[in-house]
Write a protein that binds this ligand. Structure first.
Ligand code: F0G
Length: 444
């Protein structure tokens, strides 16, 4: 099936082969999105048949069917099957969070754990799609600027495809687990003395001057892959979608992608309505929050981003206009949360046996704020999007439980709850008596 690219700013259409290396519209500078003309001409696939087919593929041994992205390939017909590069991404669990649900007075609370992907973050779903396109177009080099997870995913998929890759990351501002992955998978990894936004600026010049395929999320094919978790959520809930889906916001591609996924499913008759999609940012990296609350979503002023949730330490998000459109189309909100709220929320998710990275935990902290403001009602079914695995950033977790993460002035009114949630590792003599005395104290 044919796909086209359409500018999200001026609606200009362009043939896929004619797109520039920076993926920006030559007329207005905005980003493109993939559209499928057949859906608009009402030659739509039968929704019942699709649901049946996707379920059937779950028991297929074929590599492409075992991928939770390509299992839904009718929704992203962007490459031929022979060009697909997959690590069996997707098919991630939708967990219940019963203790947090009770604490918040919600009937049901779910976590879609995208950290359970091959490189342990949600980026794999987009990377399998865009890297497959790069391969189909004959590129030998791919590149990205990253806060860590995109580079880990790109490096793995490039290695699978036998392609070379260039990673630009901000020096000292990404978690070690992510840097280790890029090295492990053989990327050319450069730590630049700037922040994420500075890395993006350098890379945009590199791709203008060299035949390198850009795999940042301005690439519209990344978005096609990243929309499939929306399909998985709908499928896991028997096509009765939740009331609200809450997503962390950094460069803002993820909310744009999930929004596209839910809206397309509605167009195709797979679901009857779309959930509200809300975005949560860290207070120190809140350009979308400010764009919406100060400028009515019409203008975004870049900020100098600061947060320990390094994955979302982004001050000038590329996909902010797409994100605003999704907030408007679905009736979602944007909230911001403090460093202490993020850390406590992460511990509370951990206490349910689910490990996520700090950037993912903004969703639970944000949910509490949305409830307090009346934007999420007590009877609603809510899904939190957990974007990365806890092992990505073990330093953060250890610092939190040791009590070294937050400064006293950051903790504020949360001191008691934070103290209660901390579980430091204790040094002890190699002596069973000492261990038993401690267990008594813990009321064994
Ligand atoms: N959560 C995690 C764990 C991330 O790595 C990112 C983004 C986000 C949330 C935000 O998603 O950018 O689509 O709004 N990480 C990018 C990277 C920027 O380079 O790995 P977004």
């Amino acid at each position: 099936m044919i796909h086209h690219l359409r500018c999200t700013g001026c609606a200009r259409g362009i043939e896929p082969a004619a797109i520039g290396g920076d993926f920006r519209c030559p007329e207005c500078g905005e980003l493109f999105e993939v559209v499928y003309p057949e859906w608009e001409e009402a030659k739509r696939p039968n929704p019942g048949a699709l649901k049946w087919l996707w379920k059937e593929r779950r028991s297929s041994p074929a590599e492409i069917d075992q991928s939770g992205v390509w299992r839904f390939r009718e929704l992203l017909p962007i490459v031929g099957e022979a060009d697909v590069v997959t690590l069996r991404e997707g098919n991630t669990p939708l967990y219940r969070l019963p203790r947090n649900a009770v604490r918040l007075g919600l009937p049901e609370l779910f976590a879609k754990h995208q950290g359970m992907n091959p490189t342990a973050s949600f980026k794999d779903a987009g990377m399998t799609a865009a890297l497959s396109v790069a391969k189909a177009r004959g590129f030998q080099w791919v590149a990205c600027a990253s806060t860590g997870n995109t580079s880990a995913a790109m490096a793995a998929y490039a290695a699978r495809a036998g392609m070379r890759c260039l990673v630009l990351v901000p020096e000292g501002k990404i978690a070690w687990g992510k840097l280790a992955q890029a090295m492990d998978y053989g990327a050319v990894t450069l730590q630049l003395q700037t922040d994420f936004d500075g890395c993006v600026a350098v890379l945009s010049e590199v791709v203008r001057r060299a035949p390198v395929y850009l795999l940042n999320s301005v690439n519209p094919y990344r978005v096609e892959g990243q929309k499939t978790p929306a399909v998985e959520i709908a499928e896991a809930m028997n096509w009765d979608v939740p009331d609200h889906v809450i997503v962390p916001g950094g460069n803002l591609a993820n909310v744009s992608a999930l929004g596209k996924g839910f809206l397309e499913m509605q167009t195709l008759g797979l679901i009857s309505h779309v959930p509200r999609l809300s975005v949560i940012q860290a207070e120190g990296a809140n350009p979308l929050f400010r764009a919406v609350h100060e400028f009515g979503g019409e203008r975004l002023e870049p900020v100098e981003a600061q947060t320990r949730a390094t994955a979302i330490r982004i001050g000038n998000p590329a996909s902010w206009r797409k994100a605003v459109a999704v907030l408007r189309q679905t009736g979602g909100r944007v909230e911001q949360v403090s460093e202490a709220e993020i850390a406590l929320a992460k511990a509370r998710i951990g206490q349910e046996g689910i490990g996520c990275e700090p950037a993912s935990a903004v969703t639970l902290a944000g949910l509490e704020k949305l409830m307090a403001a009346g934007h999420v009602k007590r009877e609603e079914r809510v899904v939190l999007l957990l974007t990365g695995h806890t092992l990505k950033d073990a330093d953060y977790t250890i610092a939190y439980h040791r009590g070294d993460l937050l400064r006293p002035e950051e903790v504020g009114g949360l001191a008691e709850q934070i103290a209660e949630s901390r579980r430091n590792a204790m040094p002890m003599d190699a002596d069973a008596g000492a261990v038993l005395r401690l267990l008594e104290k813990e009321r064994l």
